[in-house]
Design a binder for this molecule. Structure first.
Ligand code: PMP
Length: 406
């Protein structure tokens, strides 16, 4: 196939033409939320202009169009993730998806004496729900640690997988270090020991070809807004046997077969977990986002981002006093760093004045910050729509503000 014209791709993203503080915007915060191509914005707009109705309720034309569009988005996402539609619960994002597993799967199952294994590099969204479950069940939490490069110590991780462990919940890609975890191998080891696995795919789905079926996990969570889709969209994939066994989490309309005051018969499959009116327009947008990413091809996106990462690493290695957190062999285009003598927040604030949007802070990963003994880092996170020129401008701006702070 013809090589992709990345300049044309970039032009699909209206916001990237903006200026901030009189400078061209350099958006290096895609791990926080991704920018949206015009096709996604237009799909949402078109839905509200021409098709808006509620789903699964009305027999009128708009009602069936809305239902078709919503279910169409589920089908597109299922294809994108290589899972079956009947196993894909649509929800507001990864946070909801993980909480759904925590409340519907773990809470009824876990007992005092059981354990949950997490890793040092988890986002709070994959820590706090398990702490809430642990508090209510008496289960304990064990932590898999990382090595100096920010990779999981697999031997230590496997040594934690003892008979009292019921669940291993880990991220596919770290939102701070960029580390890509070998989830397929890890899930295989857990499965051998009868331990269920949940993979947080927030930072994986937007950046690399994904085949959830091949990973062999029990649960996989994604969030739409990092995949060029609207905020408030996401999904949980779960094995059908789990979905069937799990009680509903939130009750209401849309999720039932029959309601009597004596008791309710719930809908089958994912619907049981989708009470209330969903973010219909958002999922229409997510369907368009999946179309967009698929048309580019996730392998092409991955290669593009790896090239940008290599270029950024090389450029940043020339910046005096700059330390990068996370040097994993397999790494996504996420660069956490600190510059000697400068506070992360000051750096980010001054970079913003230069038009560069990065994130500073703990990145919802306090335990990881504690591990490194720092309160915060700066994080530049790249996406395929970024350019080599932007990296040059970023490094020049960084050198400028570094001198201001020194
Ligand atoms: N897990 C990881 C690894 C993340 O990076 C994020 C978003 N920063 C989340 C979970 C939470 O995603 P959301 O807020 O979209 O639910």
């Amino acid at each position: 196939s013809a090589p992709i014209d990345w300049t044309a791709v970039r032009a699909d993203f209206p916001v990237l033409t903006r200026e901030v503080h009189g400078k061209p915007l350099i958006y290096f915060d895609s791990a926080n939320t991704g920018q949206k191509p015009a096709s996604v914005i237009e799909a949402v707009d078109d839905f509200y202009r021409n098709h808006n109705a509620n789903v699964s309720r009305a027999v009128h034309a708009l009602g069936s169009e809305a239902t078709e569009a919503y279910e169409g988005a589920r089908a597109k996402l299922a294809r994108f993730l290589n899972v079956r539609v009947e196993e894909l619960v649509l929800c507001s994002g990864t946070t909801f998806a993980i909480n759904l597993v925590a409340y519907s799967w773990a809470l009824p199952r876990l007992r005092a004496g059981d354990a949950i294994v997490l890793t040092r590099m988890e986002h709070h969204a994959n820590i706090v729900p398990w702490q809430l479950v642990a508090q209510r069940t008496g289960a304990t939490i064990k932590v898999a640690e990382i090595d100096a490069r920010g990779q999981l110590d697999l031997n230590q991780l496997y040594s934690l997988l003892t008979p009292e462990v019921k669940l291993l919940a880990l991220t596919h890609v770290s939102n701070v270090l960029g580390t890509v975890n070998p989830v397929r191998e890890i899930c295989r080891e857990a499965r051998k020991r009868g331990i269920a696995t949940l993979v947080d795919g927030s930072q994986a789905a937007p950046h690399r070809p994904l085949d959830i079926a091949a990973i062999g996990c029990d649960f996989y969570a994604v969030t739409g807004h990092k995949m060029s889709g609207p905020t408030g969209t996401g999904a949980l994939w779960a094995r059908r046997e789990h979905l069937d066994a799990m009680p509903p989490f939130i009750g209401g309309g849309e999720m039932i077969k029959e309601v009597r005051f004596e008791g309710t018969v719930f809908a089958d499959g994912p619907r049981k977990f989708e009470a209330g009116t969903p973010n219909i327009a958002g999922f229409v947008g997510l369907g368009a986002a999946v179309d967009y990413l698929s048309a580019l091809g996730m392998a092409h996106i991955d290669a593009r981002e790896q090239a940008l990462l290599a270029y950024a690493n090389e450029a940043l290695s020339q910046v005096p006093g700059l330390r990068i957190f996370g040097q994993a062999q397999e790494k996504a285009a996420v660069i956490s760093f600190l510059v000697e003598g400068a506070h992360a927040h000051d750096l980010a604030t001054l970079l913003d004045l230069e038009g560069v949007a990065i994130r500073s802070g703990h990145h919802c990963a306090h335990p990881l910050m504690q591990h490194f003994g720092v309160p915060a880092t700066c994080r530049a996170s790249l996406a395929f729509y970024n350019t080599h020129d932007e990296i040059d401008a970023f490094v020049a701006a960084l050198n400028k503000v570094r001198k201001l702070l020194a």
